[in-house]
Design a binder for this molecule. Structure first.
Ligand code: GLC
Length: 510
């Protein structure tokens, strides 16, 4: 695909379940904050629609723009309708302000819930979001997008509703759809095909059933999104290839292979305003790739913050992560003790997630009180001190659609040790000292031994500060800005619009 700057201003709506600062569980919330903003900087009119969860107060500059929206819940429209309102946040999309955002309000399914995910009826909650967004756009006179992006299984029903039910409305028939896969494994809140008996598995073609009926339990919204969107994309080129294989495809690889002509991978970016070691007020000392010696002050500040001995000569490893199985902690478990003993290094862990993994790190800190410090709660600000103060960031993810942490870490001069998959493979280049190349240490099979070898390789090379600093400079100077990715997204949207028009004409011809 060719990427060219767009002459026309596009109207783009993201219908999604997270958008920082309103609601953020992981990288999705971050991307839904920064990508629309980057598109707006390019002159496009990008907006976002999310549910108004109980944690988002109504008074935060939100204005009711639609009352009493009645969202049907059955294919024949005869079933009950769910009453919703739509609120608007007129964001500027600059500074810390998100892009203009619509918030779908429903008392039972969003307002009474304080978390984005994890409820038994998540399937209904997000089918309501997908269908509610389209009902809203059909009534809303002020703005109609050219393209709607939906994300993961949560809003996977949207492309299906749009193509088959809502295209009969003149206001909506020209809207193209892009389905973005941020995480293939997140068939999560909806029914994962693995748990559905083979004979009952969804082929994606039947109408979306009654929201409250039994059949809804075996419908796979991820499949629906992939099948019915004009274009499917994921968040790195390598992951786009990987999900077409059985190993990473989670049962949808053959469908993805069928749709390969419409499948793209665009690497996520990071926000350069919030990730700036030269200006970050939370660092003990600001620095740039040219003043790397100043960076060391952040190491001691970090050690102090975590109650570890303040020693500039310690090898400091960091982990900043959702603490979930995907992130590969099972690889670390068998080797962490010997790693700490053989390097006499320190490990700093920031993150929250599965109780069992949190417990593991908590116990590790108890066992090595002089070497391990943990903060088992998300904290964006602390993450930047970790990037600025550690030598190496461990990222052993079993799979990684894009990964933002490695890009943020590199921006602050922390060197990633990472599994060579997905977005990690696309952003980290393996260190070759003889050639003065590379920005990190990659390991090529998901095993504890491979992780151990890569980490020891980092440790041995870290002792030679001159080539190490050169590597840090290369890492810090890489361009991971959103501008680059946003230009690619614009080309993708234009392609989706064209394909949509062509398909419309085809269905028009008698
Ligand atoms: C998911 C993926 C992660 C990606 C993020 C944003 O959280 O696991 O790799 O960076 O989405 O796209």
């Amino acid at each position: 695909m060719k990427f060219w700057p767009s002459a026309e201003k596009l109207k783009i709506l993201f219908v999604t379940t997270e958008e920082s600062p309103f609601a953020k569980v992981g990288g999705l919330g971050e991307v839904m904050f920064s990508l629309p903003r980057a598109l707006r900087r390019l002159g496009h009119d990008a907006r976002v629609m999310i549910p108004r969860y109980g944690t988002i107060p109504r008074n935060h500059g939100l204005r009711v723009i639609q009352r009493g929206l009645e969202v049907p819940t059955s294919p024949d429209n005869q079933g009950p309708r769910l009453a919703c309102n739509v609120l608007a946040h007129e964001g500027s999309g600059t500074g810390p302000d998100p892009a203009p955002t619509y918030l779908l309000e429903n008392q039972e399914y969003y307002e009474l819930r304080s978390n984005a995910y994890g409820y038994i009826d998540d399937r209904i909650r997000f089918a309501l979001l997908s269908r509610g967004a389209l009902e809203f756009l059909n009534l809303y006179r002020e703005w109609t997008p050219d393209v709607i992006t939906s994300t993961d299984c949560m809003t996977g029903f949207l492309p299906d509703f749009l193509r088959r039910d809502y295209s009969k409305y003149t206001r909506l028939e020209n809207i193209a759809s892009v389905f973005s896969i941020h995480n293939r494994a997140s068939q999560g809140p909806l029914q994962h095909h693995r748990f559905v008996p083979e004979t009952e598995r969804d082929d994606g073609h039947s109408p979306i059933p009654d929201f409250f009926g039994e059949r809804m339990n075996s419908i796979n919204s991820m499949r629906r999104g992939i099948l019915h969107a004009d274009i499917v994309n994921t968040v790195s080129p390598t992951y786009a290839q990987e999900i077409m294989t059985e190993e990473f495809g989670e049962g949808l690889d053959s469908l993805l292979r069928e749709r390969r002509g419409r499948l793209y991978g665009i690497l996520n970016g990071i926000d350069y305003e919030t990730n700036d070691p030269g200006r970050d007020p939370l660092l003990a000392k600001n620095f740039s790739s040219q003043t790397l010696d100043d960076r060391i002050e952040n190491k001691t500040a970090l050690q102090k913050r975590f109650g570890l001995p303040e020693n500039k000569n310690s090898f400091v490893l960091g982990i900043v992560s959702r603490l979930q199985k995907q992130k590969g902690f099972d690889l670390l478990r068998p080797i962490i003790d010997s790693l700490l003993k053989s390097t006499s290094g320190q490990l700093i862990v920031l993150g929250e997630g599965e109780p069992e993994i949190m417990q593991f790190f908590h116990e590790l800190a108890g066992k090595f009180p002089q070497q391990v410090g943990v903060h088992l709660q998300f904290d964006d600000e602390l993450s930047r001190l970790i990037y600025a103060g550690t030598d190496v960031l461990l990222i052993p993810s079993l799979f990684e659609p894009a990964g933002l942490v490695q890009m943020e870490a590199m921006r602050f001069g922390a060197i990633p040790v990472a599994n060579n998959v997905g977005g990690l493979a696309d952003t980290v280049e393996d260190f070759i000292p003889e050639k003065d190349r590379g920005t990190g240490f990659l390991f090529k099979e998901p095993s504890s031994t491979a992780l151990l070898i890569a980490t020891i390789r980092a440790f041995v090379n870290w002792r030679h500060q001159e080539p190490w600093q050169k590597m840090q400079r290369r890492a810090m100077e890489k361009d991971f800005s959103w501008e680059r990715s946003a230009v690619e997204y614009v080309a993708l949207f234009e392609k989706a619009i064209k394909l949509h028009q062509t398909d419309l004409k085809k269905t028009d011809t008698p």
